[in-house]
Design a protein around this ligand. Structure first.
Ligand SMILES: C=C(O[C@@H]1C=C(C(=O)O)C=C[C@H]1O)C(=O)O
Length: 412
């Protein structure tokens, strides 16, 4: 895919390489997003903040971008985060001050970034809920499947890491980008939502592309079905091979593909979906992934419109969607808010990239809250799902320079 953001403003006149952009990021005010192809750094002043329930969010975004263009800005961009529950306020900003660069994949050819400490002292980790409670929720989900109430639900848990002084969010972002050059690394200032002067940032490195649009072409790369990586190469390969032919994981994956096909078909002239998924690896996980490509009937539907039509996919919610959503409300005892929502950007042409908000955390003052979920279907094991969510925390824990012990299920 060619860079989508070629035409976007570069008002600060920075070079077109992403490393300087990441160096210029300021945790107190900015929004940073990078994919393999594009890096965007949006700085204040922001033209407006779109927080309405997301029902008509795409229209609002479209109007605000048109208005910004009428005011003489060449390439305004909508950038930010939409929550898991689309009835909750989104955190999207219209920016006319966006610097762009090529994607992070090219970081490899630049002076290597070095991993930085995010805090002088280690943080204290608390699991919320405790693994035993998470396992009970998985068991409850299995009982719901047996009663025929639904086929899949994604259940999640969190870790709270408390530091004696505020951790360095900029260093955390750089560490994430350094290790996840194949994924989508982001940092979104959330102060507009909370009206607090303290650093409050959503930060993460998602491996999952919800949708990218460039002209009349669309791309999606849903992931579902996972195995933790192992540091032992033989075991690591064996886990990957096992995943590729796991009946349970293929069934879990197929539900996601079915829903995405239903969501995208009305918009597309052609939609290419491979018959079988392939393996996707991150630093910490193996996943089953399907590379979907389509051609739009027309370019009326923006990347944000398409993303909202797809969200929440069964990769983060379950199947059927409403039953899964209700099961999540009943079984999770915390507020997901932005976790398992979407993060990304969209320009006035309607082009953009939206990724699933996973492998992420919220940094607030001296606390970092990490999130991880796993798809549960008939055949899932409470023990294995706890280990899987534990392994998913490692994307953030590694970047934080933190570690949980094996008993807590987060070791590789
Ligand atoms: C919910 C998360 O991941 C989702 C669930 C997956 C699974 O169950 O296999 C895989 C990728 C994501 O769609 C997460 O990482 O927190």
């Amino acid at each position: 895919m060619q860079p989508i953001t070629e035409q976007v403003n570069n008002l600060s006149g920075v070079s077109s390489l992403s490393q300087p952009l990441i160096e210029q990021y300021c945790a107190h005010s900015d929004v940073f997003f990078t994919s393999k192809e594009n890096t965007l750094l949006a700085k204040p002043p922001f033209a407006s903040l779109l927080v309405a329930g997301t029902k008509n969010l795409a229209e609002q975004a479209c109007e605000s971008l048109r208005f910004a263009k009428e005011l003489g800005f060449n390439n305004p961009v909508v950038i930010g985060a939409v929550p898991f529950d689309v009835k909750r306020p989104a955190h999207l900003r219209v920016s006319t001050n966006v610097a762009t660069a090529i994607g992070l994949e090219h970081l490899k050819t630049l002076t290597p970034l070095k991993k930085e400490a995010i805090s002088e002292q280690p943080g204290a980790i608390t699991q919320q809920p405790a693994p035993s409670i998470f396992k009970r929720s998985v068991q409850n989900a299995l009982e719901r499947f047996a009663r025929g109430e639904l086929e899949k639900v994604v259940l999640s848990r969190t870790l709270e890491v408390d530091y004696p002084t505020p951790p360095n969010t900029h260093a955390l972002l750089k560490n994430l980008a350094l290790k996840n050059t194949q994924g989508f690394t982001f940092a979104i200032d959330l102060k507009g939502l909370e009206s607090s002067e303290r650093v409050h940032t959503l930060v993460g490195a998602s491996p999952e592309l919800l949708i990218a649009r460039k002209g009349n072409r669309v791309y999606a790369h849903p992931l579902a079905g996972s195995e933790p990586r192992s540091q032992d190469p033989v075991l690591d390969n064996a886990r990957a091979e096992q995943l590729l032919c796991s009946e349970k994981d293929l069934r879990e994956h197929a539900l996601v593909i079915k829903a995405i096909k239903e969501a995208l078909t009305p918009f597309c002239k052609h939609l290419h979906i491979p018959d079988v998924p392939s393996l996707v690896s991150t630093e910490t996980m193996w996943h089953l992934g399907t590379q979907i490509e389509g051609e739009l009937k027309d370019t009326q539907a923006s990347a944000l419109t398409l993303a909202l039509a797809m969200h929440p996919t069964p990769a983060v919610c379950g199947y059927p969607t409403q039953a899964a959503f209700e099961a999540i409300q009943a079984l999770e005892d915390y507020d997901r808010n932005l976790f398992t929502g979407m993060v990304g950007w969209c320009n006035s042409e309607g082009d953009g990239e939206w990724v699933v908000t996973i492998r992420c955390a919220q940094v607030e003052d001296c606390k970092i809250r990490l999130y991880a979920g796993a798809g549960i279907v008939t055949g899932s094991s409470p023990e294995k799902e706890t280990l899987e969510t534990g392994a998913k925390f490692n994307t953030m824990l590694n970047a934080m320079g933190a570690e949980m012990n094996t008993a807590q299920g987060a070791k590789q």
